[in-house]
Each structure stands twice: as C-alpha cells, then as structure tokens.
Design a protein around this ligand. Structure first.
Ligand SMILES: Nc1ncnc2c1ncn2[C@@H]1O[C@H](COP(=O)(O)OP(=O)(O)OP(=O)(O)O)[C@@H](O)[C@H]1O
Ligand SMILES: [Mg+2]
Length: 283
C-alpha cells in the first residue's frame, strides 16, 4: 500500500503563541483510509488539517519543525496551488466556501481557474452532481440551499480538482441531523467507491465510530490514541481523561456492566446495531 500522508516528528507553534499546537506528531495514513480525528477544544485537530493541506506553512505564520509528506511531496517545498491537486479541504461553514451564482458554476470554478478545457469541466461537473446526489440543484443559487446541500456542493467543488485526499474540518457542525447524515453518506461513498483518502474532524463520536476505519484521539497537540474505532472508544478511561465522551451505547453498557457485572468478556459495543447483535449472540 502507498502512503497518502506522512508526518515525521512534526511540531508547530503559531506566531503569537508560546504553546505548541502540535508536539512531535508522527503519523502515517495509507491511501484509501477513512481517518476520524477527535479531541477536546484546542487539541490541534484543525492544525493537523491545515498542515496536511499545506495551509501550514504557506498561509500561516509560525515555527514548523519536522517533515510533512503528502503523496510523496514535501508540503514545505510545494506551492498550495499544486497541493490543491492532491488535497481538498472542506470547512465547518459551507456558506463561507461558496461564491458563485449557481451550483454548476460553483463546481466548475476551481478547474476553470486551472485552465482545464471546457469539455473536461462539463464531464467533471456531471459526474460530481450525480455522485453527491445534487443533480436537481445544478441551476440553483448555492445560497438558497439547505446546510446539508450546501456542504455537498462545497465538497463537490473541492472534488472538481480531483484530489486523492479529502480533509474535512468539522463539516457537520453547522448542520441539522438530516444534513449531517447526508454529508456522512456522501463522504462514505467517496471513500468506498472512489477510493478517496478521508481525514475528518468530528464532534459526532457515534457517527465517526460507525463510519471511520481509524480514529486519532488528540490532546494538547499530541495523538494520544490511534487505532480502530473500537480500540479507541473502548479505552473509555483515556477518552474521558481528555474531556470527551464515548458513544452513548458504550457508556450505557459500561455502566450496566460495572453495576451488575452482566457483560462478561464481550467487547463493549459502539453502535446500537452492534449492541443488539452482541446481546442476541449471547442468548
Ligand atoms: N490562527 C491561529 N493563531 C494562533 N494560534 C492558533 C491559531 N489557530 C489555532 N491556534 C492555537 O493552536 C492550538 C491548537 O488549535 P486548533 O485550532 O488546532 O485546535 P482544535 O483541536 O481544532 O480546536 P477546536 O475543537 O476548538 O476547533 C490552540 O492552542 C489554539 O489557540
Ligand atoms: Mg478546530
């Protein structure tokens, strides 16, 4: 397998800060992984995203040590415009990323700026509206859409540059449950069907536990846990020490087990479906 992202001993301190935002972070992400990042406020989640997309060091001032390699390129040595061909970044506020009069123009904007021929742009837009299930919105103004629709348009416009890696920093934090579900479903299909490597920061631990293949738990600029969702969220004590919650189902079963000693050697479930399966298996 090829490496999509590699951090070698990366530390970063923003210009006005004394405290490092990242402390000697080492990380390898293989192509095709779906990595979820969780952690309390100020733990460095957004900083990691900025470092992957090249915004750090190119658009932020600060001290960067160590090496960040994306698709084999050292980000310190490659311009952000070039990196945009490998890495797409989606932020929490979809409206802030939108600027065009129609959804169609919004998706075509990036490739048009790169001078890509019109026939090719047309093809990409058509593929993306189908992929993100926004065909009916082509001629609408992006500013009249629901939050979930806007975020899918934002994702489509980033994907129009055909990046191999999609970095999403809390893409559902301004969305209602319906919009959140739409975005998670879209990201899953991009990962599973288009083999796009996904790095996603999220507060929704339940959803990340269900969708991601791997979870990084960050605290104070360090990755304190790195493993499968079950491995990370079953380390309930460590997760709670950082001030985060584990999925509710995990918590309920843990309380029942501690109180009544009913769960035995079975692993704690992360989702309702998993809990039902584990309970049924033991009957
Ligand atoms: N633009 C900036 N300038 C100066 N310091 C910053 C900047 N952005 C973040 N920091 C600092 O870097 C540290 C890590 O911040 P970061 O935004 O990466 O955390 P986060 O985990 O994304 O937090 P949140 O959950 O609040 O989004 C914090 O101490 C923060 O104050
Ligand atoms: Mg953040």
């Amino acid at each position: 397998m090829n490496k999509a992202i590699e951090f070698k001993n990366v530390s970063y301190t923003y210009l006005e800060n004394d405290v490092p935002a990242l402390r000697k972070v080492s990380l390898e992400v293989e192509e095709g992984e779906f990595v979820g990042i969780v952690g309390p406020n100020s733990s460095g989640k957004s900083t990691i995203c900025r470092a992957i997309s090249g915004l750090i060091p190119h658009s932020y001032s600060g001290q960067l040590d160590g090496e960040i390699i994306v698709k084999g390129y050292k980000t310190q040595e490659v311009k952000t415009v070039e990196l945009a061909k490998f890495v797409g970044m989606v932020f929490a506020d979809p409206e802030a990323q939108l600027s065009q009069n129609t959804v169609w123009e919004e998706i075509a904007f990036g490739p048009a700026n790169l001078g890509i021929p019109k026939v090719e742009i047309l093809k990409r837009v058509e593929e993306l509206v189908a992929l993100l299930k926004i065909e009916g919105l082509r001629n609408k103004s992006p500013f009249t859409l629901s939050g979930g629709e806007q975020q899918r348009v934002a994702i489509a416009s980033v994907l129009a540059m055909q990046p191999d890696i999609l970095v999403l920093d809390e893409p559902t934090s301004n969305l209602d449950p319906q919009g959140t579900a739409e975005v998670f479903a879209a990201v899953r299909s991009l990962n599973e069907e288009q083999h796009i490597t996904v790095v996603m920061v999220e507060h929704e631990v339940e959803l990340l536990a269900e969708f991601a293949n791997r979870i990084l738990l960050m605290n104070k600029g360090e990755i304190v846990l790195d493993g499968t969702p079950s491995c990370v969220f079953r380390s309930t004590e460590i997760v709670r020490q950082t001030g985060l919650n584990v999925p509710q189902v995990t918590e309920v079963i843990e309380i029942l087990d501690k109180e009544y000693n009913v769960w035995g050697q079975r692993p704690y479930p992360l989702t309702v479906e998993e809990a039902i399966k584990l309970i049924n298996l033991s009957r």
